[in-house]
Design a protein around this ligand. Structure first.
Ligand code: RP5
Length: 165
């Protein structure tokens, strides 16, 4: 994916989040959505996170996806730096199995929302689908892929149900 034309910025708090976030990257690829990936942390590298979000917004990134575990303030921190939509993926990397990151990501105070998806790998994939739905409003090729994706989901579900007899 070319970074020059990236429409989505995928940020994760640590390299240890990479495995969970892989489904997000794969799904964005499936939709043909140009994206870039960064490992940045709200508490370990706050300045670099700020610089990235501001420069990415200037370069034309339209949606941010942020995956983080534990007291996951990454998505909220990014949301405070941009008016672009921010999708948060709570990662199940702590002893609380993601309940902590779910609450930290979803419970943004009024005014600065983070669109929070499910915990873990399922959420990472859904973050990409939600980003596609946002981008589809303005990018017809993404809208077409989304329609195809939905039709395929339905077709496969019906096929599986029919195979039961
Ligand atoms: C969070 O802390 C990261 O998003 C990660 O899920 C968790 C643990 O990070 P590491 O200690 O594995 O780097 O900031």
């Amino acid at each position: 994916m070319s970074e020059d034309k990236a429409l989505v910025g995928v940020v994760m708090g640590s390299t240890s989040d990479a495995e969970v976030m892989q489904g997000c990257r794969d799904t964005l690829k499936e939709f043909g959505i140009e994206h870039e990936v960064r490992v940045l942390s709200a508490h370990r590298t706050p300045e670099a996170t700020r610089e990235y979000v501001l420069s990415a917004s200037d370069r034309g990134v339209e949606v941010f996806i942020a995956g983080a575990g534990w007291a996951a303030h990454l998505a909220g921190f990014i949301a405070g730096l941009t008016t672009r939509p921010v999708i948060g993926v709570p990662i199940d990397s702590s002893p609380l199995n993601g309940m902590d990151s779910l609450l930290a990501t979803v419970q943004m105070p009024p005014g600065i929302p983070v669109a929070t998806v499910a915990v873990g790998k399922g959420g990472a994939k859904n973050a990409a689908v939600l980003a596609a739905q946002i981008l589809a409003l303005k990018h017809p090729p993404v809208a077409e892929k989304l329609t195809h994706y939905r039709n395929e989901l339905t077709r496969k579900a019906v096929e599986k149900a029919e195979s039961l007899g």
